[in-house]
Write a protein that binds this ligand. Structure first.
Ligand SMILES: C[S@@+](CC[C@H](N)C(=O)[O-])C[C@H]1O[C@@H](n2cnc3c(N)ncnc32)[C@H](O)[C@@H]1O
Length: 199
């Protein structure tokens, strides 16, 4: 749907759903408001849309990245959005009725079985806003290792975080991590682009 065709109440209801879930699960969300368009643009900047036939998003929340990924991706590409919060899953299934989108109620740690169940090949990109920094080290290591294993060679794990606590795990797992920063987000965000080298 074009931006100017949206109901003015939609962004408000998204913001309220997000904020009420933040009050119940502050560690799982990390922020009281969804990501800004500045952060969305910077995280998606490295994506080569012509080569991305399968993409995965971890922790879509109310779909701030999801809607923009759908807008930019190929008409024959598939997006798998994996979310642990049932309220967000229900909301996204209603709000984004796009046949290219698969909203799955599960954890990022289950990325490989989820892709297998959907019969999809390895993704080119995994885009992640889940709070790796607040998780115990073995849990974030497990997610980083499984994400690298799930990606196709030449693909990338695009991570945004509000702290740098996940950086050592990402460097150990991927070796090649490029960093940047988006200060126009609330809170300001760190970006880690983790490449899975081809070959
Ligand atoms: C910081 S919010 C990001 C929401 C949205 N992507 C945005 O940028 O506005 C983190 C999201 O990750 C979800 N989440 C937390 N742990 C998760 C996990 N292990 N697997 C999948 N989703 C998870 C939370 O429920 C929440 O929706």
């Amino acid at each position: 749907m074009p931006e100017n065709a949206r109901s003015p109440l939609k962004p408000l209801s998204e913001a309220l759903l997000f904020a009420s879930n933040f009050l119940r699960h502050p560690n799982m969300l990390g922020s009281i408001v969804p990501s800004s368009r500045f952060l969305v643009n910077q995280v998606l900047e490295p994506v080569d849309w012509s080569r991305a036939r399968v993409l995965v998003e971890y922790g879509p929340g109310v779909g701030t990245f999801t809607a923009e990924i759908l807008r930019r991706m190929r008409s024959d590409a598939q997006l798998v959005a994996i979310e642990t919060n049932q309220d967000f899953v229900r909301f996204l299934q209603r709000a984004l009725p796009d046949p290219r989108l698969h909203v799955v109620h599960d954890s990022a740690a289950e990325v490989q079985p989820v892709l297998q169940r959907l019969g999809l090949p390895a993704p080119r990109y995994i885009i992640s806003g889940i709070p790796l920094g607040s998780m115990p080290d073995p849990v974030r290591t497990d997610i980083a290792v499984k994400s690298r294993a799930a990606l196709e060679p030449g693909g990338a794990f695009l991570v945004y975080q509000f702290t740098a606590r996940a950086l050592p795990v990402l460097q150990r797992t991927f070796g090649d991590v490029r960093r940047s920063f988006e200060r126009r987000n609330l809170p300001p965000a760190q970006l880690f682009m983790c490449a899975k080298r081809a070959g």
